[in-house]
Write a new protein. Structure first.
Length: 428
């Protein structure tokens, strides 16, 4: 066994969180990233000389590990670059907001005062939430969120305007296909957790600047090494050493922090971790489409985020309000749907039509569709997710898909990266 020397493959939020945790513990650490831009799926892209994000991301007050690492890596003069707002839900005709009161359970109170639901619906939603809050909800491992909701007498309106949009935005899959237990974990932690867990956190800078650049800088400052534009491939060295192609260095541990669909190609001999690969081969993936529309600078929707009950714009983000990119509006479509049958050009037109009908924005100056076909793994009932410790000694997985309590989210990625490092640190 060589002396402790860790390679981290992949500099998305999981790999970078692993890197920060390892250099904090004084472990020699080298990160390898295929792209020249840090951040993985949550990274900046430059289009028409405008800095955009690969996908518009929303964080939650329940992202405790993410908030902690964001605070840890910034310099005292840097701001957090998150605009923290109390929970407010606007989707179609439904409006829910958290009352400004310090009383415990205020999120539940918000549901009582919701607009767009009958009293019976409010009471049914509250009864369901109360069961989750009290830990009294029985969830079958193989049931979908939809089956769970029907068992608890949630009406079609509640499902259409409340639960399905929440399921789609959190799990990136509709509630008919989404896993009930992960769905209730999200509700429990984000809607019913501590006092400020239901807050919505809007990035005010692009995602690479928000986290990845700062994490990369932190790692280098603490003697870690970053190799960008380097696709790493693990080879089996002699004497069971862990090595990478094109490198003479051997590593005591390798944290593989790629997305699940890239895992296999990170090994010259994937059979090294065959049972993990067998599990990943069962994964399917869901898309997220982001359609940016640039309008004249005085155009605005009037709110940071508004939900529209439309197949061509589920959530609409006003980057003029969050990022000072005046007139720039982003429409997000989560999961699979009829939009996938349209060309990008047709989809831009359809989504601009929806925005014009809703906000009177007219015709955009330019539009750009960013289609992430494998944005997240499909968080379906009963999906077996691999353990972070693999059958190959020294190879540890990180990545959003390995944090089993959550769907594919930034928080899952960060927690998995920290845990991968802690697995190594505990073994020393
Ligand atoms: C459009 C979109 C919108 C989203 N919206 C939200 C949201 O609002 N809120 C939220 O919490 N989450 C959201 N997510 C999910 C979130 O972005 C992901 O869960 C998270 O970024 C995953 O991080 P990761 O580090 O696990 O994986 P990744 O970000 O995929 O990072 C893996 C990295 O590994 C690199 N890599 C792969 N193979 C190799 C190799 N052989 N050698 C070197 N490097 C390699 C890749 O280039 C990549 O940089 C969204 C995702 C998308 C795509």
């Amino acid at each position: 066994m060589p002396s402790i020397n860790v390679a981290v493959i992949g500099a998305g939020w999981a790999g970078l969180s692993a890197g920060v945790t390892l250099v904090d513990a004084g472990i020699p650490t080298t990160l390898f990233e295929t792209s020249r831009v840090l951040g993985g799926r949550a990274r900046q892209v430059i289009i028409n000389e405008t800095i955009l994000d690969n996908g518009i991301h929303l964080l939650s007050g329940a992202y405790t590990a993410t908030l902690s690492i964001l605070n840890h890596i910034r310099t005292p003069l840097e701001t957090l670059d998150l605009d923290r707002q109390p929970f407010k839900y606007a989707y179609g005709p439904l409006r829910i907001s958290t009352p400004c009161t310090p009383i415990p359970g205020k999120q539940l109170l918000g549901f009582l005062f919701a607009r767009g639901l009958s009293l019976t619906e409010k009471l049914r939603a509250l009864k369901f939430l109360k069961l989750i809050k009290d830990g009294a909800l029985i969830v079958h491992p193989s049931e979908s969120a939809h089956q769970l909701l029907l068992r608890h007498e949630q009406t079609n309106t509640l499902i259409e305007l409340l639960w399905n949009p929440i399921c789609l935005s959190a799990l990136n899959i509709n509630c008919e296909r989404g896993c009930a237990s992960v769905f209730t974990n999200v509700i429990s932690d984000a809607l019913l957790g501590s006092k400020r867990s239901s807050d919505l956190l809007f990035p005010t800078s692009d995602l690479t600047s928000l986290f990845a650049s700062r994490a990369g800088r932190y790692i280098q400052k603490h003697k870690g090494i970053l190799h960008l534009g380097h696709r790493a491939k693990i080879i089996q060295g002699t004497n069971n050493e862990l090595k990478l192609e094109d490198s003479n260095e051997s590593f005591s541990h390798i944290v593989v922090a790629t997305s699940p669909h890239n895992l296999k190609t990170t090994f010259t001999e994937p059979s090294m971790i065959q049972s993990t690969i067998d599990q990943i081969d069962q994964f399917t993936y869901e898309p997220i489409y982001t359609i940016y529309h640039q309008y004249k600078k005085d155009s605005s929707t009037g709110d940071r985020m508004i939900g529209l009950n439309s197949p061509f714009a589920h959530w609409v983000f006003d980057r003029g309000i969050t990022h000072q990119d005046l007139g720039l509006i982003g429409a997000v479509i989560s999961g699979a749907g009829p939009h996938q049958n349209l060309t990008n050009e047709k989809l831009s037109i359809e989504s601009a039509k929806v925005l014009d009908d809703e906000f009177g924005l007219g015709t955009p100056l330019w539009s750009k569709v960013l289609a992430e076909k494998r944005a997240t793994f499909s968080c379906t009932p009963g999906l077996q997710r691999p353990a972070q410790i693999t059958e190959k000694n020294g190879i540890i997985l990180a990545g959003d898909y390995t944090y089993r309590r959550y769907p594919a989210t930034l928080e899952a990625a960060v927690r998995s990266g920290i845990e991968a490092s802690n697995i190594i640190l505990r073994s020393l």
